[in-house]
Write a protein that binds this ligand. Structure first.
Ligand code: RB5
Length: 151
C-alpha cells in the first residue's frame, strides 16, 4: 500500500501517478490535496510523514511544484528518508543506495509519463544493503544524538 500527497503544484501529477498505481492493482491512500486551491506543502508532508511513522504504510510519494519544499519538510521527521528524484537513474539509486521510503517529485518539472516510469523503476529496484546499510545507520545515529540533546 502506498500513501500519496501533494500540494496544488503537484495535484495533476499526483492524480496521474495514483491512476498508474491503481491500474497495476497497487492500493493507494490519497492524503490530498484534492483540488487546485493554493495550499501549504508542509501540511501535506507532515500528514504523510506522520502516517508512515505510525506504520500505516511502508512507502510514500510526495509531489509539489519542484519537489524541493516537500523534501525539506519530510526529511525533518526521524525515520523518513525522502529522496527528490529527477530521472530513472536517481529513482533507482534512491532505493538501491538510500532505501528511500518516500520519493518526491516535481509536478512542474516532470511529465506524467516520465514520473510514472520513475515510479516503476523504484518499485522494481531492491535496496543493496551492505555498506549502504552502515551509512543509513549513521543517519539513525544522528537522529538519536538530536533526540538526546547531544547535537
Ligand atoms: C507552490 O507554488 C510551490 O512553491 C510548491 O509547490 C513547491 O514547489 C515548493 O517547493
Amino acid at each position: 500500500m502506498f500513501i500519496i500527497a501533494s500540494d496544488h503544484g503537484g495535484l495533476e501529477l499526483k492524480d496521474a501517478i495514483k491512476s498508474f498505481l491503481e491500474d497495476r492493482r497497487i492500493e493507494v491512500r490519497d492524503l490530498g490535496t484534492m483540488n487546485s486551491n493554493s495550499v501549504d506543502y508542509p501540511d501535506f508532508a507532515e500528514k504523510l510523514a506522520v502516517a508512515l511513522t505510525r506504520g500505516e504504510a511502508e512507502n510514500g510519494i510526495l509531489i509539489c511544484g519542484t519537489g524541493i519544499g516537500m523534501s525539506i519538510a519530510a526529511n525533518k521527521f526521524p525515520g523518513i528518508r525522502a529522496a527528490l528524484i529527477t530521472d530513472e537513474f536517481t529513482a533507482r539509486m534512491s532505493k538501491e543506495h538510500n532505501n528511500a521510503n518516500v520519493i518526491v517529485m516535481g509536478g512542474r518539472v516532470l511529465k506524467p509519463e516520465q514520473a510514472c516510469a520513475m515510479v516503476q523503476t523504484w518499485l522494481e529496484t531492491a535496496f543493496e544493503g551492505g555498506r549502504h546499510q552502515g551509512r543509513l545507520d549513521k543517519i539513525s545515529q544522528i537522529e538519536q544524538k538530536i533526540r538526546d540533546g547531544e547535537l
